[in-house]
Design a protein around this ligand. Structure first.
Ligand code: HEC
Ligand code: HEC
Ligand code: HEC
Ligand code: HEC
Ligand code: HEC
Length: 392
């Protein structure tokens, strides 16, 4: 079967060749066809963000995708969907109207990746859809399809095509070598990669189920828990708190540590952020001091862990496709411990607490898009620590 590289001009040619030679379909199959035999995996995948990566089922992506096209006169239209609606690379449905395209990162996308191209001219993922499914075993005896072992499923190379670097966004005014997000590189530079702990080891373990109905137990789970999973977020970070009282002041040293993520914290889209909230409480449990009230960006920018861009005119923050430089990058490296020190008046304080919160997107951005969805609005608690202040 012919290899498909992601070049739009090949679509029609390949389609025609397949029809003329009467060979098997080179279409990406719907996840519902896999469901017949791999039901547990299907259920897990259905609840994952991989199944919610296109505008039709992801409001945040829909709004940001729309804005990027507007800002770049449509230049980002094809670019963004290479990763977010990869089926479009095979069926040519770049307007994302077909149901199959809106399955997002569907089963047959991952299990049809045969190789990753190193050539800088090519998009890395090479898809060979068809009756052969690639996977971690190859020694299986599938009933519905052939199966072939691929080392891409054992190490984390399969993930790198889409979770790797996002240079050269078309239409960017001077993106140059600015790295917008590169989880794959962050992981490769960490000790986790050196120790052989891969993306799959952390993101595809946990719940098990049946590989196929009434047969072998599956070893891998397909929920792909990440930043949308409060449980996964709690694995990532640790907060320690030390307090000292000195001349009527409390000195609170907060240590924030990336204990569980093999990449930056937060990683991925620049909208993500972690916010440290430090509060002092009185006898009645009321907050009598905190590092910020309603606007952490203005009141305590040091307590925010994120990346911020500027555009060539100096406008901050800039959307990634308009950005020309990084103004600030306070994300925590794998294993990094960072100390933040706060001084507050000791009067009346009986307890100090530090909470590390996670936001999928900043509230001003959600306001701008009129997004009210509570999954996106609510901050998530990642870690916390408390200390009682000795009363004299
Ligand atoms: C008619 C039933 C059936 C359907 C439909 C089906 N599979 Fe399978 N599949 C199997 C069986 C049986 C196995 C082997 C299970 C075992 O070894 O216990 C298997 C194994 C696999 C493996 C493991 C391959 C390896 O060597 O590691 C992958 C990946 C896979 N299937 C993907 C898919 C995808 C993707 C779809 C939908 C496009 C799909 N399957 C549809 C029956 C099916
Ligand atoms: C074809 C492209 C593609 C491939 C291959 C791919 N991903 Fe993703 N992944 C995405 C996109 C796009 C999203 C964002 C979906 C969204 O939220 O819009 C995503 C999101 C995620 C998330 C975030 C989920 C959350 O709750 O925040 C995790 C974790 C993840 N992928 C892990 C993996 C792992 C592990 C692999 C390799 C086994 C992998 N991905 C392979 C495109 C891909
Ligand atoms: C040691 C375990 C570990 C390894 C290895 C690991 N991750 Fe993660 N990952 C986490 C944890 C914990 C989180 C949740 C915290 C967060 O969102 O950053 C996470 C979150 C994510 C997210 C969601 C980020 C967001 O903001 O939406 C993505 C995507 C992701 N990982 C992809 C990957 C990829 C791709 C690899 C391999 C290159 C990888 N991870 C390797 C532990 C790991
Ligand atoms: C983001 C890429 C990705 C998507 C999407 C995906 N898979 Fe997988 N799949 C993998 C990887 C990687 C492995 C190997 C995991 C491991 O070694 O633990 C795997 C393993 C499997 C296996 C073998 C499981 C086992 O325990 O041996 C089957 C079967 C399978 N997938 C079917 C599916 C089906 C069905 C869907 C959709 C409902 C799907 N996959 C969606 C990446 C993906
Ligand atoms: C190289 C592949 C790739 C390209 C190209 C790409 N993205 Fe993504 N995008 C991802 C992955 C992978 C994630 C999930 C990462 C994570 O959660 O850490 C993601 C996540 C997102 C999210 C967050 C979605 C959510 O559910 O929270 C938005 C918004 C987004 N991308 C917008 C865009 C826009 C707009 C473009 C085009 C300018 C674009 N992306 C191009 C791979 C890509």
């Amino acid at each position: 079967m012919s290899k498909i590289q992601n070049h739009l001009i090949f679509f029609t040619l390949l389609g025609l060749a397949a029809t003329l030679s009467g060979q098997e379909s080179i279409e990406i199959k719907s996840a519902t066809t896999c469901k017949k035999c791999h039901e547990d995996i299907y259920i897990q995948w259905s609840s994952s963000q991989h199944a919610r990566s296109t505008p039709a089922n992801n409001i945040l992506f829909a709004k940001i995708y729309e804005l990027s096209r507007k800002d770049t006169n449509g230049d980002t239209k094809l670019y963004c969907i290479r990763c977010h609606a990869p089926v479009s690379q095979i069926n040519g449905d770049v307007d994302l109207v077909q149901e199959i395209t809106n399955e997002g990162i569907t089963c047959d996308i991952c299990h049809s990746i045969s190789e990753l191209s190193d050539s800088p001219q090519h998009w890395p993922n090479i898809y060979e859809p068809g009756n052969i499914k690639r996977g971690p075993h190859g020694d299986t005896d599938p009933e519905g399809h052939e199966s072939v072992y691929s080392e891409l499923f054992e190490n984390s190379r399969l993930c790198s095509g889409c979770h790797g670097d996002m240079l050269d966004i078309p239409g960017t005014r001077s993106c140059g070598n600015l790295t917008i997000c590169d989880t794959d590189f962050e992981w490769k530079s960490s000790s986790y990669a050196a120790d052989g702990k891969s993306c799959v080891d952390c993101h595809m373990t946990g719940i098990s189920g049946q590989l196929i109905a009434d047969k072998t137990e599956t070893e891998s789970q397909h929920n792909f828990y990440g930043a949308y999973s409060p449980g996964k977020l709690r694995e990532a970070a640790k907060v320690d708190l030390n307090i000292k009282e000195f001349e009527g002041e409390i000195i609170a040293s907060v240590q924030v540590e990336n204990v569980g993520a093999a990449h930056l914290l937060p990683t991925g889209p620049p909208a993500r952020m972690m916010i440290l909230k430090v509060s002092a409480l009185n006898n009645a449990g009321e907050v009598i001091w905190s590092n910020f009230t309603d606007n952490p960006a203005a009141q305590d920018p040091y307590g925010i862990f994120h990346i911020v861009f500027a555009d060539p005119d100096g406008k901050v923050p800039s959307m990634p496709w308009l950005a020309s430089r990084i103004v600030k990058d306070t994300r925590l490296r794998p294993g990094e411990k960072r100390q933040l020190v706060y001084k507050l008046p000791a009067e009346g304080v009986v307890m100090v607490e530090a909470k590390l919160l996670y936001r999928l997107a900043p509230p001003p951005l959600l306001d701008k898009f009129e997004i009210t969805d509570s999954t996106l609005r609510n901050p998530y608690l990642m870690a916390q620590a408390r200390k009682l202040v000795r009363t004299k």
